[in-house]
Write a protein that binds this ligand. Structure first.
Ligand code: UTP
Length: 324
């Protein structure tokens, strides 16, 4: 079984981190995002993957080849012309067998085995407050009847969350080809949602698949929320002299942490140094140094340095002092 994972995007919303590191290599709960995705895909029996790389793609390739042994075909998307375009470029790696498409910036908790048993194409969906930002699915009697990418006036709150199990990949490729040939773009890009709508027009039956556990990694605040969720669901035994740990946390055995309070919800990656600091709800990436600092809701990039300072006060009775 094959999974296609498009990761060619530039990740503008996660700058400055994505100036030097592709989004999927950002560390959440002790592992790059793509590591969490591949672990899940492998767990559900997928043994082949196509990874569509582009921006900083060599780094992704190096990480995957060094850490995973399943068969992976890397496909290059030189220009990020849209998700539909990325999938179209992977066509030579796809046979007649069903494929899973899973976006590279989403960590999910979902039973992919159930989706893979369906007799129809299955799209992961979740009810959201603001469907305008998403591709949206309209349904009737258990089937998807219409798909619209980022609708101005949404008629459904079911957002497409980035997990697609495609029963007839050759039909999808045909639809993508037509989309690109006719230069049909939405918001300037060749959209997968538009190709899926063409599949519906050509008689493909699709069912929605409710995905409760859907954790986006596309923005700083959602990356931190995903970090929190993953830490809650993994146990990392840590006990260190001179460190107070408030679980859940991830502290790499290769991090140097001294005289600090870590957690809750802190990830301290490999080779990071943390001294005399309090860190919660934050990601401290590889090789970075944090000293004398109080950090909350923070992302510290690889090899970055944060130095805080202690305040000196001499205030008398009934004074009130606040530091922001
Ligand atoms: P996003 O829309 O989140 O794009 O793509 P992005 O570039 O990663 O992030 P922003 O919007 O600039 O902050 C969703 C997924 O589809 C991939 C992305 O890499 C991401 O995994 N994608 C998107 C491609 O592979 N190629 C594209 O042309 C567009």
């Amino acid at each position: 079984m094959r999974a296609i994972i498009p990761v060619a995007g530039v990740g503008t919303r996660l700058r400055p981190h994505t100036y030097t590191l592709p989004k999927v290599l950002l560390n959440v709960a002790g592992k790059p995002i793509i590591g969490h995705i591949l672990d899940r895909v492998i767990k559900y029996g997928f043994d082949e993957a196509t990874i569509v790389i582009g921006y900083l793609g060599e780094k992704i390739k190096d990480y995957v080849l060094a850490n995973y042994s399943i068969r992976v075909d890397f496909v290059e998307q030189e220009e990020p012309l849209g998700l539909g375009h990325a999938i179209y470029l992977s066509r030579h790696t796809v046979s007649r067998d069903p494929v899973l498409i899973i976006l590279g910036d989403t960590v999910f908790d979902v039973d992919l085995g159930t989706a893979a048993k369906s007799e129809y194409t299955v799209l992961g969906v979740k009810e959201v407050e603001n469907p305008k930002r998403f591709g949206v699915a309209e349904t009737s009697e258990g089937f998807i009847t219409r798909l619209v990418e980022k609708p101005e006036h949404p008629t459904s709150r079911l957002a497409i969350v980035g997990i697609y199990y495609i029963k007839r990949p050759q039909l999808l490729i045909e639809c993508l080809k037509d989309l690109i040939k006719q230069n049909i773009r939405t918001k300037g890009e060749f959209q997968l949602t538009d190709a899926l709508q063409l599949m519906l027009d050509r008689g493909e039956k699709m069912t929605p698949f409710p995905v409760e556990g859907w954790y986006d990694c596309g923005k700083p605040e959602t990356l931190l929320a995903t970090n929190r969720h993953l830490l809650e669901n993994q146990t990392t035994a840590v006990s260190r002299a001179e460190v107070v740990v408030q679980p859940p946390v991830f502290i790499s055995p290769k991090a140097a942490v001294k005289h600090s309070v870590i957690g809750p919800y802190a990830t301290i990656a490999e080779s990071a140094t943390v001294e005399n600091s309090i860190i919660r709800n934050s990601i401290i990436s590889e090789g970075s140094t944090v000293t004398d600092a109080l950090l909350e809701e923070s992302i510290v990039g690889n090899n970055a340095i944060v130095r805080g300072m202690y305040k000196r006060v001499n205030i008398g009775e009934a004074s009130e002092l606040e530091f922001y």
